[in-house]
Design a protein around this ligand. Sequence first.
Ligand code: PGA
Length: 250
Amino acid sequence: MRKKIVAGNWKMYKDKNGTIELISSIKLLMNESSPKREVVICPPFLSIDLAKELIKDTDIHLGAQNCYFKNEGAFTGEVSPQMLKSFGVEYVILGHSERRTYFNEYNSLINKKIKAALENGLKPIYCIGETLAEREDNKTFNVVNEQIVEGLEGITKEQMKDIVIAYEPVWAIGTGKTATPAQAEEVHQFIRELIGKIYGTETAEELTIQYGGSVKPENAADLFSQPNIDGGLIGGACLKADSFWAIVNA
Ligand code: PGA
């Protein structure tokens, strides 16, 4: 049975006090842990260590939002996967559309980051998805195909066990426009079939494919009940404990 994972991508929100407040509020809402789903929070780098301490008595997992593809060196301003690992980080979001758009990241660069993350024992959450123009141009499947083939180039079947894919249509991120469950499911199914062609059906069936893009408490249950949607990558709605936890419960 593949895992359902709800991950909160805090983006560039929450300072030190905000980190303490949000995690404390989440902890107040947590009931007993459920083996059926996994919860991950991905705060900014500066809050990683503090977040690790605050979640230590919970079953919440820790993720980062990016990393470089080298373990150390003269790369001013970058953070390495080896450093993240040493701070107890388990997941790392890679290839998010905001990184692709504002920081010029592209598939072959993200591929290097995915490999470096895996070599350091981190689990990449690899984000893919089409822009509105690409969707309107009927290029969704081509774009997603290219992101999978180029982004996962050289990744072995064994390594695929540690990868999560997040399908995030760019037009749905932070816009309040969610893909309908049917629109999302169609692409998720395509992704699973593609992974099946490359790695075999067993790997495809075990792969967690999250949906991301304006997931809210009101639409989460419908999205997550689709057969190929295995949880979500949550932006805006993860910044408040009650909406994040409502999505986890969905
Ligand atoms: P959103 O962001 O939930 O605010 O649309 C999702 C994401 O960027 O991962």
